[in-house]
Write a protein of this length. Structure first.
Ligand code: CO8
Length: 260
């Protein structure tokens, strides 16, 4: 039987997905990528799950990158399809229709930083270290890093990080906007749960539409993005959640959203 590299635990409507291959600092080998994809496919069908947290096993590493021991399987003529597979898995996580938070408990290097960047929100423990060290290996980031990093921190900062393998600590990651919160070592998952619970108390249709408008709008012109925003708002105004939200406000009680 294949080793289990990805664990998924569901509690109070939250799925906690743990990449667990601690002997290799949770490096992403091909079975791990497959299991991650399968985990998200199963979560997509489970409507009891309202949000997801991704973290790494142990206290040292979130994910230390793609598994370097697999590099000899990749040649010039197969690299593009190899990368495309990982990119699409990360794209599916990014497009997951409920919030996904990265709880970064240690090293987030190469594919690890790329995994964190496809999540909606990143919370770092103070011992987290970020970087894109691929150029040390004579290659470039391959799971979306050259595209998502400049979108998050700007092209100059992204090139500095990638060209020179500049390692970024948690406070610097916060300063440049790579992460949204920094918490003490060992607290990233707890903080992510706290934030996710708060998000889960809001209208689920609205949260889904915010995610769609922000993610898809980033690739559009300002006008096109606003058209998309208006369409997403139409979805909200057609949903029961909007009636419940207004009613609850007027009746001075918490809303009981159904996500419909
Ligand atoms: N792949 C495979 N094994 C790894 C990886 C990795 N990315 N990172 C760490 N390990 C293993 C080490 O080989 C070591 O194994 P062993 O105990 O058997 O020798 C174990 O994890 C512990 O690592 P260290 O002893 O090195 O621990 P340190 O605390 O001294 O150092 C570091 C921690 C700084 C994280 C260090 O391990 C390191 O530099 N790791 C590599 C980081 C890296 O370069 N990541 C980028 C990889 S490339 C990538 O992600 C994108 C490529 C896209 C193409 C994919 C094609 C397949």
């Amino acid at each position: 039987m294949e080793k289990e590299y990805v664990r998924c635990q569901i509690e109070e409507g939250m799925a906690i997905v743990t990449i667990d291959n601690q002997a290799a600092l949770n490096a992403l080998n091909q079975p791990t990528l497959t299991q991650l994809d399968q985990t998200f496919a199963a979560l997509a069908k489970n409507q009891d799950v309202k949000g997801v947290i991704i973290t790494g096993g142990g206290e040292k590493s979130f994910v230390a990158g793609a598994d370097i021991s697999e590099f000899n399987q990749v040649k010039g003529d197969t690299a593009a399809s190899f990368m495309g597979r990982g990119q699409r898995i990360f794209d599916r996580i990014e497009a997951f229709d409920r919030p996904v938070i990265a709880a970064i408990n240690g090293f987030a290097l190469g594919g690890g930083n790329e995994l964190a960047m496809c999540c909606d929100i990143r919370i770092a423990a103070e011992n987290a270290i970020f970087g894109q060290p691929e150029v040390n290996l004579g290659i470039i980031p391959g799971y979306g890093g050259t595209q998502r990093l400049p979108r998050l921190v700007g092209p100059g900062k992204a090139k500095e990080i990638i060209f020179a393998d500049e390692r970024i600590n948690a406070q610097e990651a916060l300063r440049i906007g790579l992460v949204q919160r920094v918490v003490p070592k060992g607290q990233a998952v707890e903080e992510a749960k706290k934030l996710l619970k708060k998000i889960m108390s809001k209208g689920p249709v609205a949260i889904k539409m915010v995610k769609k408008a922000v993610n898809e709008g980033l690739a559009m012109s300002l006008r096109g993005g606003q058209d998309l925003e208006a369409l997403c708002q139409s979805v909200c105004f057609s949903a029961e959640d909007k009636d419940e939200g207004a009613r609850a406000f007027l009746e001075k009680r918490p809303a009981n959203f159904k996500g419909k």
